[in-house]
Design a protein around this ligand. Sequence first.
Ligand SMILES: Nc1nc2c(c(=O)[nH]1)NC(CN(C=O)c1ccc(C(=O)N[C@@H](CCC(=O)O)C(=O)O)cc1)CN2
Length: 473
Amino acid sequence: MAPRLGRRGGLPGAPRRVPCRSDGRRRPVRDRAESRLPRHQRGLPGRGYRRLGRPGTAPQGDQSRTDLLVRPPRAVLLLRPGRAGDPHRGHALLRRDPLPRRAVRAPSAARTAGPAADRDLAAGAGGRRSRPAGAPVSAHQLSGRAVLQTVREDLAAYRAVITPARLRVTVMRFEPSEGDPDPWRYRMEASRISAEQKVRAFSHLGFAVDHVVLPGTVSAAEFADRIDACNTDEATRAVIVQFPPPARLVPLVQRLDPAKDIDGLLGGRSLQRACATADGISRIVEPFAEGATVAVVGARGFVGSGVMRLLADRNIALLPLDQGDDLRRAAGADIVVSTAGSAHLLTPEHIRPHHRVVVDSGFSPRADGTVAGDIHPRAAPLPQNITPVPGGVGPIEMAVLMERIVRQVADPALQPWTFPKTPYLTRRASAARMRSTGNHTPGRKKGPDPASAPGPAHARVPSDNKKRGGPTR
Ligand SMILES: Nc1nc2c(c(=O)[nH]1)NC(CN(C=O)c1ccc(C(=O)N[C@@H](CCC(=O)O)C(=O)O)cc1)CN2
């Protein structure tokens, strides 16, 4: 018999807490540096890691949880080489937060050093190339793909309860129509790519995914009927309407049942505090945010306003920048988040070596088949840490959606995954380092400062900052 499922409640028999590898095997020791590290840093159970039980044995004090284990940290530690003053030098590339709150592995792309790794990074660790060949790559790349991979592994155990329950998720998107202008076509292409990632993410968890592709000319009545049908279908537990829909259909998105709105599309009516992208961005920022001011470019947009809300919840100082503001103010912040969706908007005039992290949530497909982020390729090497495009925020968004849906249908107690702590320099330390090395970029060879190369004069947030917030055509 298929497990019973409460509409929003937990699933009887669902794994509680964090799912774990069932084979209980130890991780191989990967290198000599690692073998000198304490047990807990080598992925071995040790002090601070409470073993609740072994697969197949009931943990003490709770005979019902037969398959539970607070999984020992799986981190393999490699020590990062680097020049004197490089904030990442000698730091663990891979680490696991020992707290029960889940922390995921640090960037996979950074595990291997050398030209091949640089090539991968320049290509966003695979897939479309977003950076010109030969461009310097020296900011530490924060890989969203590594995070997603870990979250996929961790949540895979829930398939065992989701698949037999025959649950469904709907992802709805729109096709461009004949005569649509190129910018709209590109946005529909981005929406397609993101929809396909969602289909993969939910399928991995055992959901049947209805990927509904509607013509841009679809009538309001048909779109409304589609949403109503999802609302009334008991098996459909989540519905995502890919943004942007054609402008005339935007108000109809509000018909969506708030209980099925896992992406926070309903604004104030949503049960989610913010959309999945904003949630993911705030998780990336958090480990860097102590005492920091965060510039949010596109702060009034759909994603940007969500980022503002989530960071304000954590009492993080914010510098909102939007249409008409002087973007050069971003240079004064400690962290920059760009949600503008405007290709190569932020240049070396805005992105500086003291920036602890730059989060680029732009994803602009271009005619040559590449994808551009909001950060100009000349600015990308400058900060201490940066999320690549592709391979950064996109996969993080999927990792958030996966967590949300599992919490909604199977395990309300599921703990949020956290972004791994990554070393950074404060502004003061960064300035001192630059004085002592004459270097403007961590790990970068002495040479011409990309920041001094001419860039577009005095960029402002463009007035078409409508990404997911104000779909128009
Ligand atoms: N309702 C929603 N609509 C849209 C969302 C959303 O989260 N909810 N996101 C976008 C943003 N977007 C482009 O505009 C976008 C988001 C994510 C990805 C993505 O997953 N990219 C992968 C690329 C994988 C590949 O190359 O095949 C990555 O960055 O690694 C793409 C686009 C649109 N609408």
